[in-house]
Design a protein around this ligand. Structure first.
Ligand SMILES: [Zn+2]
Length: 75
């Protein structure tokens, strides 16, 4: 029997911290980074373990996603 189990990923801005967890820049609508932002699916403890500078951010902006090593150079 096939069970239909669908998990919906919501993009409610109320439950997400709209900053880049690499550089801390806002990725809210109107910032210019909204369109190309990438949702970060790890939870905050995982981000801390990964050495991210802004672990509360729920997104990665496009420049950081393209060039992540730049933000790990101090580790
Ligand atoms: Zn960034």
């Amino acid at each position: 029997m096939l069970t239909a189990k669908t998990e919906y990923i919501t993009f409610s801005s109320k439950s997400r911290v709209e900053i880049c967890n690499h550089c801390g820049d806002s990725v809210e609508f109107g910032t210019g980074k909204f369109v190309n932002r990438i949702p970060e699916l790890n939870d905050t403890p995982t981000r801390i373990a990964n050495g991210l500078l802004f672990p509360k951010g729920d997104f990665v902006c496009e420049p950081c996603d393209s060039n992540p090593e730049k933000f790990y150079s101090n580790f």
